[in-house]
Write a protein that binds this ligand. Sequence first.
Ligand SMILES: [Zn+2]
Length: 416
Amino acid sequence: MVYKLSKNNLNTKYVFVALCFVFLPVALLVSCLGISRKPEVVYKYDEYLKTTPEIRVLLLEGVSKAEIAISQSYSITNSDRTVDLAQGMDLPGSTIRLESGKFLIEPITSPGTLKIGNAVIETDGEIRIIPQRDGGFITLNKSKYLGNLLFIPGSNGCFTVLEEIGIEEYLPGVVGSEVPERWQDDAIFAQVVAARSYIVYQKKINGNSRFDIGKLGLAYNGSFTNQLKINEIVAKTRGVVMVYDWGILPGYFHSTCGGHTEDINLVFGLKSIPPLSGVICGYCGKSKYYRWAKGIKKSEIERKLQNYQFDIKHIYDIVAEKKGVGGHSSAVTVKHSCGSNSFDANSFRLMVGPNVLLSTAFTMREDGDSFVFDGKGWGHGVGLCQYGMEEMARSGVQWFDILKHYYPGINLMKIY
Ligand SMILES: [Zn+2]
């Protein structure tokens, strides 16, 4: 089945896409009767149909203070109903109302206690700040958020902040952080659908975890209010995701592949499937990250690995091993004065810094007190190549064909 959506007549095509739901119950019934050979891969899309899924996004973890500014009235709900009031606050039940203004949030001495402005809130659970009416937002450390903010006190004098937000409200912030709004419409369409598929999949597999999207999952600096084109494209593709073999496809994407995308099994150890096993890109040659050379001080790499409790001193060699179809490696061996350590390549890159060591597709040479890495691409290399996507759009390829190029074998489906 191929469901092609055109941005010019989305409504008509969505009707066609929606027709699949006539056949979906039949497929589910067939699978329940044991006729299908793959009932285990049939996801229950109906879980998502009634309302837009909400997700929890990790914003801050293990911090000792944060500043919030509140643009309108918000309520703060404390799960265990033990709230001490300070001047200017009132308490209907377990909810206090905070007037607009700037407040510093910090823990005080007893575990599980947060101080918000002058209010001291004791809790063993979450403290939720909820917007009182549409159009409001909360500024947390200078980024603006549309969703509810959850503050979770820890036992070590630190706290964690999550945002609870609908996927459609979250998407513009992600896409606006991932790609420039001036990029081609078809590139933005492809990016939106890939990101939505990734988020819906993460929501599904994370189940009852504390959060669905971690800090390394997606670029996100809060919600934006002035990106008209991105907001419009998110609205036009509302609920549209990529599916493969009746399953939601995790729409992995990255900046620049360097010529060939990578197999998901090599990078993340997940099952290799045709849409995520790597394709020739052929479109990202204009990216400044297509080929790169970067010198990094030996002492800097040692310090960063030591930060993760590895006893590594006097590194004399770093070898990228087990390269895949796209040239990215799955393992990195670090040789040093006390022996050698073998790392998962993507973890090694994240420890050194994802913006310092741009990809795991590299060779290394020594240059005095530095190592020089000659590499290609930026990011993990799996799925959609963003610079390739933009170049394809510039050459006239439509967004659904861009997605089908980078994720061969997928179909599109509107799930809510
Ligand atoms: Zn590429």
